[in-house]
Design a binder for this molecule. Structure first.
Ligand code: SF4
Length: 78
């Protein structure tokens, strides 16, 4: 179950998570950072380092942020 980056990252892009990820699953997009669901090993290291609490395990993404599960996955399909 991968981790997902949600809307607080938009306009913030602090990038603290990028260095934390042991498998380089977090990539920069034009508006926010994204987690590649095929690479994420569910280690949870990125979640506490996000200064705007934008990162959630897929099962715990808030109801009004659920679109970001697909948005993260779609970013890596291009
Ligand atoms: S949970 Fe771990 S592997 Fe997945 S994106 Fe975060 S730091 Fe990377």
């Amino acid at each position: 179950m991968p981790f997902v980056i949600t809307s607080p990252c938009i306009g913030e892009k602090a990038a603290d998570c990028v260095e934390t990820c042991p498998v380089d699953a977090i990539h920069e997009g034009p508006d926010q950072y994204y987690i590649d669901p095929d690479l994420c090993i569910d280690c949870a290291a990125c979640e506490p380092v996000c200064p705007v609490s934008a990162i959630f395990q897929e099962d715990f993404v808030p109801e009004d942020e659920k679109d970001f599960i697909q948005k993260n996955a779609d970013f890596f399909k291009k």
